[in-house]
Every structure is written in C-alpha cells, then in structure tokens.
Design a protein. Structure first.
Ligand code: ATP
Length: 866
C-alpha cells in the first residue's frame, strides 16, 4: 500500500474521506470519539507512588524512628499519634502534590496551541486537541504543526523539524507526490506534528493525530519529562537535608549528655527524639509549593499565564523589561490617518478613484493584504485591515476587487525583510505590488509615478519621501510605503527580485498607546525596573511613542538595528544604560540586547510575538509571549504568556512575583522561628537537667497542625502597596541570609524564654505533667500569635488586622484546636495533657502574648527610624 507521501493530493483526500472544504462538524465530532490529538503522557507517577515517596524523606524517617522509640518505651498513645501524624502528613503531601500537578496542567491547557482548520467550508480556529484525521489544516509562519499531514497546496512553506529530526535548518516543502520510498526527513510533501512553521503558508490534509503521529511513535520511547524543581524548592530541599544532618548530630550529643547524667536510656532517647521532632519543619516544603501554586493561579486570573514555576521566583528579580511596541505598549488598533501621493498629503476620503495613480495605490493596499473584515470585525494583521477600512471610506469594495483579481504569486511579510509582495494581472499586465517599511523600500525603487506619469526617481524625490516619512513618524504614526512594477509573464517572484519598483505613495496610520502603559512604565521605574522599547517600527515613530509613555527621557538614546550591527559588544556596553529605544530591530538584535543587559548582571524580561523571536525569548530570564497576537512558536519558547498582550500585565506579574517570594520568605520565617523556639526549649531543659518539656506529639501537633494554618495565611497576604517601591531582589541572594537567620534565632529565643518561664511556673506547682502542659500551650499560643508578626515587616498598626482575614481565621482555628486538646478528655489523654487552673491558663495567655508585643514594638520603632 502506498504511503501518504506517495499519493497525489486527490488520492489523499479520497482516502481520508475529506475534501478541500474540510470535514463537516458532525464528521469531526464522530472522528474525535476515536481519540483526542494528544500524546499520552509517558510514565506519570501513580497516586500510590507519590504516597510512598512521601516516606522517603529523611525527616519522615526520623519520625518513624521516634514512633519506634516511643513504642519501645511503652508510650502507646504517643506511638499512635506519631503514626497517625506520619500518615496524615503523607496523605496531605500526596493530595497537595496532585493538586499542584492539576493546577500546572490547567495552566498548561490555558497555553495549549490552537490550530486553524477548514470545517463546513469555513476557516475556524480550534484547540489543537480537537484536530482529527481528515481535517484541512491551514499553516502559516509562526504556527506550530499540531498533527501529521500531507501538503495539498504549498506557498513557499518552510518548516523547522528539529524536534523530530534533530536537524536545525529549515526544510522547504512542496506538494508533489513521490514515487519512490523516502526516509522521513526527505518526505518534503509532508509536515509532522511538533515542527514549527518558519516561513510561508500551506494547506494540509491531516493524516495522523495524537499517538498516530511520527512524534507519537517515539513519544513512548522518551522518558516522561522530569518534574523540575524551582531554585527555591531546590534550595529548600538542600536546606532540609542539611538541617536533618545537623539535627542528628545535636540529637546524638543530647542523648550522650543525658546518659552521662545517668538518665535512663529510654528517657535519654525520648529527649533526643523530642529535639528531632521540634527541629524538623514538617510543613515547610508543602507550604512553599502551595504558596507558589496559589500565586500562579492568581497571576492567571490577572492575565499572566506562568508556564514554568521558576518564573514566579525570577519575576521578583527582574530589573529590565524589553518590550515590543505594537500591541504591547500600544493598542494595535490601527487607523489610516494621512496619505502621501503625488507630492501631496490628503485624507483617505479625498482620494480620487478615477485617477489611475490613486487606483494603483488602492490595488496595492487591498491586494497585497491577507486580512479580512468579517461582520465588521478585522481578522488578521491590524496594519492590513486598517488598509481595508480605509477603502471603506472611499466607497471601494475590497471584496469586489479581490473577487475580480486572482493572486498569482506572493512573498509574505516577515519582520526581518519588512516587505510584502504579490503578483497580479492588473489591466492585463502582470504586475508585482509591494508594500513595506519606507526605508527598506527606498533602496529598492528606481522610478516614481505621479499624475503626470512615470519618471526616474531622483535625489530630490528621495529627499521628499524621506522628509515626509520623518514628518509622519515624528507624530508617532506608523508609515507604510507602496510601490509596484510591471513584469514579464514568466517572471517568478523571489526574494532577490524585490527591486526596481516604482513609488506610488505613503500611508500613515495611528496606533494610540494603551491607556495603562504610561502608569505601568512609571510603576516599573518606581520598582527599580528599566523599561526599554524594542520595535520593528521606524526610529522616529518609536521615539515619539516612547516619549508619550515615559520610556524615553531627555538625554536618552534611540538606536536602530543597523546601528547596533555596526557596534562592537564594548561599544554596546557603554551605551546600553542610556538607550531606551531600539528601532527597526531584527530578531538577532534582540538576542544581543538581552545578552548585553545580562552581562551587567541584570535579570531581563523580553517580550516577543514573531516566529523568529523564539531564541531571544529563550535567552531572556523571563521570555514573555503574547497570548492574542503571538505565534505558537513564541508561546512555546516563552516562560510567561500574557493573555491580554498588555505591557501593564507584566508589571502586575512582577508585583505578584515579588509578593509570592516575600510571602514564602515570611512563611519560612514563621515556621523556622517557631521551630527554633522548640529546639532552644528542649536544649535548655536538657542542659539544665530538667524533665523533658514536651512529648513528641506536642511538637508534631504544633508543627503540623497549628503552625500550618498561619503559614498558609501568610502565603495569602495581599500585595502591599509599596511592594513596587523596593528595588528588585538580588538573584544571587538566597532566603537564608545571616540577617534572616539572626532574626530567626532572636524571635525563637524570645518565644522559648516565655515557654520556659511557663514551664518553670508549672514545675513550681510540683507536677511535671502540668509544667509540660503549660510549656506546650504557651509554645502553641505564642507561635499562633507570632503568625501576625510574620505577615509583614511593618507593624500590625500599619497593615491592619482586616487586610488578611485568613490570618485571623488561622489564629482562631489554631486556638480552637489547642483548647480541644486541652479540654476534651479523650484528646487530653492522647496528648498527655494535664488539667490546668484558670490562673495557669491566664498565665499562659499572658506569657504567649509577650513575644508578639515586643516584636510589634520593635517594628514600630524600626519604621519610625526609617
Ligand atoms: P513591534 O516589534 O513593536 O511589534 P512592529 O509591529 O512595528 O513592532 P513589525 O511588525 O516587524 O514590527 O513591522 C516592522 C515594519 O514593517 C513596520 O514599521 C512597517 O513599516 C512594516 N510592516 C508592518 N506590517 C507590515 C505588513 N503587513 N506588510 C508590509 N509591511 C509591514
């Protein structure tokens, strides 16, 4: 049987039971029942596997040892509680892992590619999962090929198939059938899922989807992508394992000290176990993951879709944002303003269709144009449908013109060349129509057409055009040049033949800045972030817009791509901090700009939408793609996608990124300072030869239950108003700085001092059980109060209680749990809690409140000094 590449287009259509007008929606629904167009995930961890993995943690192993020792020492209740806690911890860990995975998957589906197909004779855009064999797929530059297919009509299609073949050069495609057997890489009439369209267009019949594609065949051979840890998660893991090692050493020392004091072996062991349990931050890694996951969900709601979790952390360090102009800083709503033709400027309404000169400009604007207006809405490139709207003003039907003329050949627009050309037969003569950037077109023109006819383009004409272009651009207008040439019948349109044109005119269009852009640029400046405009547009247009929105200030520089090409890296380094606008840039220029900023130690965010932007997006620390106008290729390369294409969203995402990082840091501070209090208390009693203050269950109760709630609440702390008033974080600075550790130690010591005071008061009453209960309750309560301290570096008076209701809820839930343990007999027995008098209870509350009062006072004094 013949393979798809050996069949003609007609045979392919027959065999797939489809036609060029596409499948009907009913047929597509039936075919979809056979399977969606997705690769089945390789080896995904089962829930059981995830559950078992929770026990591999060294800290959990220490807990298991603690349970065993408790059992040997005859403390059955303790053993039961520890085992229950370990199980609970594993269950919570599994649930949280699955949830985080789901949330990542939902983000993934938000950024999953779309495909343009013909169904019921209409061009529609659908989620790539819904593509079925027999669909007619329309490909154009920037698209990702989402299924395998046989090319039916080819318009200079070039595809990068490196994901399949490893070969990074682009492959030219064709539509003819092959007779012979060919290896995969040579089947140039086929396209394969996972490849990227770098140039041209094509119509393709889908031959295979999902696991039936070539990439599907090797997908099962590939390992499942490893879950990548973010730098923060990795450093927390590293911290945990170091902590575990330190804990073991200290535990051993405490054990030996107790033995030396002739304490019974089992009691000595219990001391060591209590210390280990006090020190292990059981909830830490879950809290980091939960806060990160909540942060990405919030960002998605605010139109920033995070594709890689580590981007959340890097966002807080961003110090330079390189942003596209069109559509990101501006609205991408183009409206034709003035036309320059025959040496005069005029409004579109004043054009005269009885003049052949004016008619040719209209032909060029309408025919060298791939956009459409359907039910009053523009489809395609806004620059192009602005031209169609213009013809509406002069009562010319672009649909009629397009029906009348048949496009013979085309060279699509690309942002490197900045031109688009088509070939038509106009008034019986084969004619190449072209439009594009004026400076590019000027070099390719030899003649000019005026109302008096065609003449050679002299120096004076050139200067006239340049001056007019300058006048338009100074007002922030985007300018397109239009030209044409008559050719022989056998002329073949090629990139080398885009010369020898006759100038027709210029059309200028406005694209107003987005309303939010100016404020967002100001916010960025306040946040110590430099905004740089990088655009394919003209230098003067770009500078005018950059001035309007506050990117370009007195003394700044604007540099063109050509000027950049002439600079050495050293020259670039000298100018980089002064340059606010880069105009007429090529995708290669973008990479050099990112590189230059990174050389200075900056964390760079770069936006991009085009097919050639992918390398620059990958090179940037945060590559940002446009959700609406961006190509699939750029979305694939980016680590964040803006679902509203808006520059202001990047600034919001930076604020969110900073907030998430700050909240994680605060939650870590809360958990570790509480643990420090526990460790210091156990060490103190051990050194002072006092009875053991806590049973392991007490510490587990605090670490896992009462501490988790405030930690999550701290993670939900809303962004402070002045979060953008700080400088970006130094990426090299970890969380566990000396200053941070000192803070932990001080706060821990304060809580421990109050806890031990309660312990001593309890001991005075003559009962070690009462003393232990008082120490346990004081430690629990003071840590719950401490949750308020860790919400912010500012005092509660400044941030207010009501700014985070979760934190109040967490506090009361914790207090309730503590009282349940203290007053419900069954629980009291399980947790070895002794009954307390009212006075003792009052004492506990008083002592537990002291650290918070002191910490709050120190915050007030500190902010008064600042
Ligand atoms: P940004 O990089 O900020 O998005 P841009 O959209 O202006 O800027 P390009 O789309 O690369 O960048 O356009 C560069 C130049 O190419 C424009 O200034 C214009 O002169 C010309 N141009 C833009 N669109 C077309 C088009 N559809 N056909 C022909 N020329 C075009």
């Amino acid at each position: 049987m013949k393979d798809w590449y050996q069949k003609s287009g007609e045979e392919v259509l027959i065999d797939l039971h489809t036609k060029k007008e596409g499948l009907s929606s009913e047929e597509a629904v039936t075919l979809l029942e056979k399977g969606e167009n997705i690769l089945s995930e390789g080896k995904k961890k089962s829930t059981l596997q995830v559950f078992v993995e929770q026990f591999k943690d060294l800290l959990v192993i220490i807990l298991i040892a603690a349970a065993t020792i408790s059992m040997i020492s005859g403390n059955v209740e303790s053993t039961v509680v520890i085992v229950a806690v370990i199980m609970l911890n594993a269950i919570l860990g599994t649930v949280q892992h699955e949830k985080a995975q789901k949330s990542l998957e939902s983000l993934k589906s938000l950024s999953s590619p779309t495909a343009k197909v013909i169904r019921d004779g209409q061009k529609i855009e659908i989620n790539s999962r819904k593509v079925v064999p027999g669909d007619i797929l329309l490909l154009e530059a920037g698209d990702m090929v989402v299924a395998d297919g046989r090319i039916l009509n080819n318009y200079s299609l070039q595809v990068n198939e490196s994901s399949l073949t490893g070969e990074s050069t682009n492959v030219d495609k064709e539509e003819v059938a092959f007779d012979n057997e060919m290896p995969l890489a040579d089947r140039t009439n086929m396209v394969y899922s996972g490849s990227l369209v770098t140039y041209g267009r094509a119509m393709v019949a889908v031959t295979g989807t999902g696991m039936d594609t070539e990439i599907g065949k090797i997908a099962s051979l590939m390992n499942a992508t490893k879950e990548k840890k973010t730098p923060l998660q990795a450093s927390m893991d590293q911290f945990s394992s170091r902590l575990a090692a330190i804990i073991m050493v200290i535990c051993a020392l405490v054990f030996l000290l107790s033995l030396y004091r002739r304490m019974p072996v089992l009691d000595s062991l219990m001391f060591a176990v209590a210390l280990a349990v006090a020190a292990i931050p059981e909830a830490l890694s879950s809290i980091v993951t939960i806060v990160q996951a909540m942060g990405t969900q919030r960002m998605a709601k605010e139109h920033a879709i995070i594709k890689e979790l580590k981007a959340v952390e890097s966002l807080g360090c961003v110090s330079v944002i390189c942003s596209d102009k069109t559509g990101t800083l501006t609205q991408n709503k183009m409206t034709v303003q003035d036309i320059y033709i025959d040496g005069k400027t005029m409004m579109p309404e004043d054009m005269d269709i009885s003049s052949q000169l004016h008619r040719y400009l209209i032909y060029d604007a309408v025919l060298t144009n791939d956009s459409a207006i359907v039910e009053g809405k523009g489809i395609g490139d806004p620059t192009e449908y602005a031209l169609l709207e213009m013809t509406g003003k002069i009562k010319v039907s672009h649909d009629y013109l397009r029906d009348l003329m048949h496009r013979l050949e085309e060279l699509p627009f690309d942002s490197d060349r900045k031109l688009m050309s088509t070939k038509y037969r106009l008034h019986g003569v084969p004619t190449v129509l072209t439009k594009g950037a004026v400076d590019v077109l000027l070099d390719r023109m030899t003649h000019i057409r005026t109302s008096e006819g065609i003449r050679e383009l002299d120096q004076k004409d050139r200067e006239e055009i340049i001056n007019q272009n300058q006048r338009f651009s100074e007002n922030g207008l985007r300018v397109l040049g239009f030209a044409y040439k008559e050719v022989e019948d056998d002329h073949v349109l090629s990139l080398n033949s885009e010369t020898g044109f006759t100038f027709l005119g210029l059309i200028s269009m406005v694209d107003p800045p987005r309303e939010e852009s100016k404020a967002a640029v100001m916010d960025a400046k306040r946040a110590g972030i430099r905004t740089v405009m990088i655009t394919g547009d003209h230098k003067i247009t770009a500078t005018a817009i950059a001035k309007q929105i506050g990117i370009f200030e007195e003394g700044d520089l604007a540099v063109t791509g050509a000027e950049l090409d002439a600079m050495t890296d050293e020259e670039m380094d000298q100018k980089i901090t002064k340059t606010s606008v880069y105009a007429r840039v090529s995708p290669e220029n973008k990479i050099r700009i990112v590189d230059a900023w990174q050389r200075r130690g900056n964390i760079v965010s770069m936006t991009g939408d085009g097919v050639n932007d992918a390398p620059a997006l990958k090179k940037a620390d945060i590559g940002v793609a446009m959700g609406i106008t961006g190509t699939e290729v750029s979305k694939d390369a980016a680590s964040m996608i803006l679902s509203d294409d808006n520059f202001a969203t990047i600034i919001k995402a930076v604020a969110n990124g900073r907030n998430v990082y700050r909240n994680i840091k605060n939650a870590i501070q809360f958990l570790l300072s509480g643990n420090t209090a526990g460790i210091l208390s156990v060490l103190y009693t051990s050194l002072m030869a006092l009875p053991i203050p806590f049973a392991p269950v007490h510490l587990l109760f605090i670490n896992l239950l009462t501490d988790s709630l405030p930690a999550i609440a701290i993670g939900m702390e809303p962004a402070e108003h002045d979060l953008l008033g700080e400088k970006p974080r130094d990426p090299k600075e970890g969380i566990l700085t000396k200053e941070f550790l000192l803070k932990l130690l001080l706060q821990g010591a304060l809580i421990s001092a109050c806890t031990m005071t309660a312990f001593h008061i309890g001991l005075k009453s003559g009962s070690p059980a009462v003393a232990s209960t008082m120490a346990f309750a004081t430690l629990t309560l003071s840590r719950l109060f401490h949750g308020f301290n860790c919400r912010s570096k500012y005092s509660l008076f400044k941030i207010g209680f009501s700014s985070n209701w979760y934190s109040l809820g967490a506090f009361f839930a914790g207090v309730l749990l503590l009282h349940l343990v203290m007053f419900v007999p069954l629980l009291s027995r399980l947790f070895s809690v002794a009954p307390l008098s009212g006075a003792q209870l009052g004492m506990i509350y008083g002592l537990a409140f002291i650290p918070t009062v002191m910490i709050q006072i120190s915050k007030v004094i500190k902010s008064g000094n600042q």
